[in-house]
Design a protein around this ligand. Structure first.
Ligand SMILES: Cc1ncc(COP(=O)(O)O)c(C=O)c1O
Length: 484
């Protein structure tokens, strides 16, 4: 067999020298020009980026031979090229070129514990030696369910392995309980990659139709039109739109699924009374309400967006952060909703559901990591980030705002308040991409995908981490101001 083009790093390979991020400056040899446009800022930062990522580039080329598209999920394709990581520790992650980053990507919002947290390490290590999978329940699952009940106010729980599975089960359950086929979802909300919710996730402006009646746009190829037609679409913060859909489809709507705080379109907060109004409206039509708290659960606060808003839905979906970095999901519900599972009306199944490894990590996350003290610490860091970023926005006269809730936050590059997906769609994404590059070259790894994503502050971040975020932003803001 031919020698691989790129040698894999083995245990005996010396660790590369760690390079700590600094305020971005042109790499040696890069053209000395003052950027005159946002596109030029991006071009300069991409040069710096590529200069720091030689090993990543080599791995990407090799990976392309056996991994479809050279990555393990299409969302790992960052621009201008994927960044291959070697390891993480505490609040930091390290790429294969030896660059250190403050990790505010958080694995798309899952790494609330940070990396190598002792409580998670102990829990996982302890369980690995006792068996990772039986497909029979283990006592830890009860502890996890009890703690979720305490935090989210819903009595009955089951587990799964990803956010997609959780929302898929929630949709099935709403249909099974009501015997109805239609569901309502919000334009711009993402709920995973199963058919029923792959509708109007991030549609193009040309396809969205009128605001009063948003079009049902498949978000991917491979989604049957017949399924798309079963998913009705409404705008966020538009309760009248939901009332209209219910009126037009009497006795046909099983329920509605919603991110109670939108977190796949920057961050968009629900207006006062909106979520409570939805619940009332849906119940009066015999339909159910599901909160997709895959992103907000544990990160918006100890009891997720449910705790923040005080509105308890019929069903809650959790995943990402609850596993402390291990793959797990949970579906909670009222006696009526999950009672339908308990009495066999809907079979909620899965080989790895509630496996002991995931349950051990989940218990540690809930009982030892996501503690009241940890939330206090995160809140102090959130305030520090918001104050620092807002100061730079004001100082440089930028049309931008900081939106944050709990451990999550983002800079939104528009001065206008955003209340729904259509407002979000109008934001020029190039500013977010340029910001991402500035942060990256300055040693802060924000989630890629521009204006869509948010930072995640973990329980292991500290003030110096937040200050690095603000310092990089200050450099970016000054560059924007110089554009005039
Ligand atoms: C709100 C929301 N729901 C569901 C999902 C799907 O979760 P998973 O990627 O674990 O399937 C995501 C993923 O980003 C999400 O943001």
């Amino acid at each position: 067999m031919a020698e691989p083009a790129v040698p894999m790093q083995s245990a005996s390979t010396p660790e590369p020298e760690v390079r700590v991020g600094a305020v971005p400056r042109p790499a040696p040899g890069s053209p000395a020009r003052a950027p005159g446009s946002i596109d030029e800022i991006i071009a300069v930062q991409e040069e710096i980026f590529c200069e720091r990522q030689h090993e990543s580039r080599r791995l990407a080329q090799r990976a392309g031979l056996t991994l479809a598209g050279g990555v393990t999920s299409s969302w790992q394709i960052t621009r201008p090229q994927p960044v291959w990581l070697s390891h993480g520790q505490g609040s930091k992650i390290y790429d294969v070129d030896g660059n250190e980053y403050v990790d505010l990507h958080g694995g798309y919002g899952a790494a609330l514990a940070g990396h190598g947290h002792p409580a998670i390490v102990d829990a996982v290590r302890g369980q690995v030696t006792l068996g990772t999978h039986f497909a029979q329940p283990t006592p830890t699952a009860i502890l996890v369910a009890e703690e979720l009940t305490r935090r989210f106010g819903l009595p009955l729980w089951r587990f799964a392995n990803s956010g997609t599975e959780a929302t898929m089960d929630a949709v099935h359950l709403m249909r099974s309980i009501t015997g109805r086929d239609l569901i309502i979802k919000i334009e711009g909300c993402y709920h995973g990659h199963h058919d029923s919710v792959q509708v109007s996730v991030c549609p193009e402006e040309a396809d969205i139709g009128p605001a009063r009646r948003p079009a049902q746009v498949p978000s991917s190829t491979g989604i049957p039109r017949a399924i798309v037609d079963l998913t009705l679409v409404a705008g966020f913060n538009d309760i009248d739109a939901v009332a209209r859909l219910l009126d037009e489809n009497p006795g046909r709507v099983a329920g509605m699924i919603i991110e109670p705080i939108m977190m796949n379109a920057g961050i968009i907060l629900p207006e006062p009374g909106y979520l409570a109004g939805l619940k009332e409206l849906l119940h009066s039509a015999g339909a159910l309400l599901t909160f997709d708290e895959v992103k907000t659960g544990l990160t918006a606060g100890p009891g997720g967006a449910t705790g923040v808003t005080g509105v308890v839905p019929d069903i809650i979906c959790l995943a990402k952060a609850i596993g402390g970095g291990v793959s797990v999901a949970a579906i909670g519900g009222t006696e009526e909703a999950m009672g339908h599972v308990a009495d066999g009306g809907y079979e909620m199944v899965g080989t790895f559901n509630g496996n002991p490894l995931a349950m051990a990590a989940c218990r540690a996350m809930l009982c030892e990591v996501a503690t009241p003290a940890a939330y206090q610490r995160i809140e102090a860091l959130r305030q520090r980030a918001v104050a620092g970023l807002q100061r730079e926005i004001d100082r440089n006269g930028l049309a931008a705002q900081v939106v944050s809730v709990g451990a999550k936050g983002c800079v939104v590059f528009t001065a206008e308040p955003v209340r729904d997906f259509r407002g979000f769609l109008g934001i020029d994404d190039s500013y977010s991409q340029a910001h991402w590059l500035y942060q990256h070259n300055g040693g802060v790894f924000l989630p890629p995908w521009g204006k869509i994503e948010q930072w995640l502050i973990s329980v292991q971040h500290d003030q110096a981490d937040i200050d690095r975020l603000v310092t990089n932003f200050a450099a970016f803001a000054a560059a924007l101001r110089s554009l005039g």
